[in-house]
Design a protein around this ligand. Structure first.
Ligand SMILES: NC(=O)C1=CN([C@@H]2O[C@H](COP(=O)(O)OP(=O)(O)OC[C@H]3O[C@@H](n4cnc5c(N)ncnc54)[C@H](OP(=O)(O)O)[C@@H]3O)[C@@H](O)[C@H]2O)C=CC1
Ligand SMILES: O=C(O)[C@@H]1CCC=N1
Length: 276
């Protein structure tokens, strides 16, 4: 599912934590019909740009209207802040309010233990391209999340990009490592390609432009072409040509695959640690 979803909600939406990821999703939601006047954001540092657009921004949960009754509370604070935030969220939680957490590591059971076993919890792992409507979010639902809450969680995430569901929450650690953090690896690819080009003699600004446009163009080709990634790679690789020489390095036994195997395993292990 990718998103032309519109977000006409019949009750308010509450975003707790409006940093890089929560802010990226909120931008996407507002662009897709979320009504600013029915949107509440808890952000200790404030968010003047959002206030100017009509969103209600408060510095702490205690400042919210007592009768808020949100359709969904999106929890987008750092995992390390969760222990402090969850007890304060309890008064807002109930059987008819979806709790959608995007925090790395933090398990559904933690939310249910803090907020009540009957509280519908969905855990999602988005990524920052959500800011431009091209996110990838994987969701997993807790036992108390029924069809209506799953549908709402799915629509919130589909409004900012592609979505998928898993049944096994344990998989979210690997999802976090792959697509949650994945944009960072792609941006690192741009940086390293540009540095390699500059080291080989190109003007650094030109090398950066070539690296950036190459990743952008390749991403767009991967999106629009029916061919799988390995065929798109072969299409570039002329027999006995130049790319083949580079791929001999990148696809060697000690090349990119074992490096990414280690990187993904390290990130997934950190996600498991953050559960704690
Ligand atoms: N960044 C990413 O690419 C992704 C992040 N995530 C997850 O999203 C969550 C947020 O990450 P990210 O956006 O990067 O982090 P940020 O630090 O950018 O955002 C967290 C925000 O929460 C605010 N905050 C801190 N304490 C409270 C509080 N008590 N109540 C309300 N808000 C509070 C912070 O304010 P202040 O800075 O003033 O403390 C900050 O603005 C994390 O759990 C992360 O695992 C998931 C997928 C991708
Ligand atoms: O680095 C992190 O912990 C978060 C989760 C996935 C992307 N950023």
């Amino acid at each position: 599912m990718t998103g032309e979803t519109t977000l006409a909600l019949d009750r308010p939406l509450l975003l707790v934590g409006c940093g890089k990821m929560g802010g990226a999703m909120l931008d996407g939601w507002l662009a897709r019909g979320l009504v600013p006047a029915r949107t509440y954001v808890v952000e200790p540092a404030g968010a003047p740009a959002l206030s100017a657009r009509g969103v209600h921004v408060v510095a702490g949960l205690a400042e919210l209207p007592a009768d808020l009754d949100p359709a969904a509370v999106i929890v987008a604070v750092k995992p390390q802040t969760m222990d402090k935030v969850l007890p304060a969220l309890a008064p807002l939680a109930g059987a008819r309010t979806l709790v959608l957490s995007i925090a790395a590591g933090k398990r559904i059971a933690l939310f249910e233990a803090a907020l009540g076993a009957g509280v519908p919890v969905v855990r999602a792992m988005p990524n920052t391209p959500a800011a431009v409507g091209r996110g990838m979010t994987v969701l997993v639902a807790g036992a108390a999340a029924g069809p209506a809450e799953r549908d709402l969680a799915g629509r919130l995430c589909a409004a900012v990009g592609a979505t998928g569901w898993v049944d096994d929450e344990g998989l979210i650690d690997v999802v976090t490592a792959l697509s949650g953090g994945g944009p960072a690896y792609v941006f690192l690819l741009i940086e390293t390609l540009a540095k390699a080009g500059a080291a080989a003699g190109l003007d650094p600004a030109l090398a950066m432009r070539l690296a950036r446009e190459t990743v952008i163009g390749s991403g767009e080709l991967a999106r629009l072409s029916p061919e799988p990634a390995d065929q798109l790679r072969r299409n570039v690789t002329s027999p006995a040509g130049t790319t083949e020489r580079a791929l001999n390095v990148l696809m060697a036994a000690d090349g990119l695959q074992p490096l990414f195997d280690r990187a993904i395993a390290a990130a997934a292990a950190r996600s498991r640690e953050l559960a704690g």
